[in-house]
Design a protein around this ligand. Structure first.
Ligand SMILES: Nc1ncnc2c1ncn2[C@@H]1O[C@H](COP(=O)(O)OP(=O)(O)O)[C@@H](O)[C@H]1O
Ligand SMILES: [Mg+2]
Length: 304
């Protein structure tokens, strides 16, 4: 079975695309097959996955897939992730071999005007049906920060919503609005079981303000749905009193605000492109997210 996840927040800049793309990479590292569907006309996920718009070599993408209004229409718009082994070796990286993309362009926004056509909200769900979709373990849908037609279509198509937020007022309020919207409209969208399955806290800075929005705004509303990524390991630690076993944090609870994430996004590469200590730390965070998805959102019989 294919599990379809929608990354959402009714606030831009919280890291929806960043986490969607790097989660795809992490799932690929776990040998899962992933399809990323870019439902944002900005096309940031498309570019970050190594697919650049070239008018002399145009690609078909979400604009055509939705316009087709046909079952299985997504299959004709699938491209391989463009990540390469290195700058000198243009063969697909091991992660890229397991990641496919349905790409986006700015004119995807033109589909918004078709919202009144019969069945328009069903178009993405229809497009992502058929035998071909079954080869993917996970479909990741990246969305724009509103609650308009493109996001509604994504909600119709998805099995679960993952909210991505910073611990700041506007981002948190954005998560509330998506959660409210899903609760109020899931049934009318023909997807009554759709729910928020997780909240990823991103761009974490250990300030009193961030702690306040986490404790007073996010926790009361989302509780255990907030994915605490913390991982510890028992290690031998040397102190003045000699060597002893101690619990050491290897993954922090929340995705930190680190320039490496922005660098990876800017360059359109996986976090594994670097081989340094910081790379290992960033990769470990996303490996935790992949494991959480595998352990909680993929049905037991389907786990690799
Ligand atoms: N954890 C992080 N640390 C530092 N920069 C980040 C982090 N997450 C995202 N960013 C950067 O913040 C900006 C907005 O992220 P993006 O993924 O485009 O957000 P959204 O898709 O929600 O609009 C991008 O420049 C991205 O590289
Ligand atoms: Mg985005």
């Amino acid at each position: 079975m294919t599990v379809k996840l929608l990354y959402a927040n009714n606030k831009g800049g919280t890291g929806k695309t960043s986490t969607a793309v790097q989660t795809a990479a992490a799932l690929a590292r776990r040998r899962l097959r992933v399809l990323v569907v870019d439902m944002d006309p900005q096309g940031n996920a498309t570019r970050r996955l190594g697919i650049e718009w070239d008018p002399t070599d145009p690609f078909v993408g979400t604009p055509e897939v939705l316009a087709a209004n046909q079952k299985g229409a997504g299959e004709a718009a699938v491209y391989g992730c463009g990540w390469t082994v290195s700058d000198d070796d243009s063969s697909p990286s091991p992660e890229a071999e397991l990641i496919d993309v349905i790409a986006s362009r700015p004119d995807l926004i033109n589909r918004e005007t078709e919202t009144g056509l019969p069945g328009a909200a069903l178009r993405l769900r229809k497009a992502l049906t058929g035998d071909w979709i079954e080869k993917y373990d996970v479909v990741i849908i990246d969305s724009q920060p509103d609650l308009g037609h493109l996001v509604q279509m994504s909600m119709v198509a998805a099995d679960h919503v993952l909210l991505v937020t910073d611990a700041m007022r506007d981002g948190v309020e954005g998560t509330y609005r998506v959660d409210d919207y899903v609760k109020l409209n899931a049934e009318d969208l023909g997807n009554p079981d759709l729910k928020v399955a997780g909240v990823l806290v991103n761009r974490w800075k250990p300030t009193n303000e961030a702690q306040f929005y986490l404790d007073e705004w996010l926790r009361p509303r989302f509780g255990d749905l907030i994915w605490d990524l913390k991982k510890t390991e028992n290690r031998q630690v040397t102190t003045d009193d000699g060597t002893k076993s101690a619990s050491v944090e290897t993954v922090p609870s929340w995705i930190p605000d680190w320039s490496r994430f922005a660098e990876a996004d800017g360059s359109g590469v996986s976090l594994t492109r670097w081989g340094d200590q910081r790379a290992r730390q960033t990769v470990a965070i996303y490996d935790q997210i992949a494991d959480r998805i595998i352990n909680t959102l993929i049905p037991v019989g389907d786990r690799a």
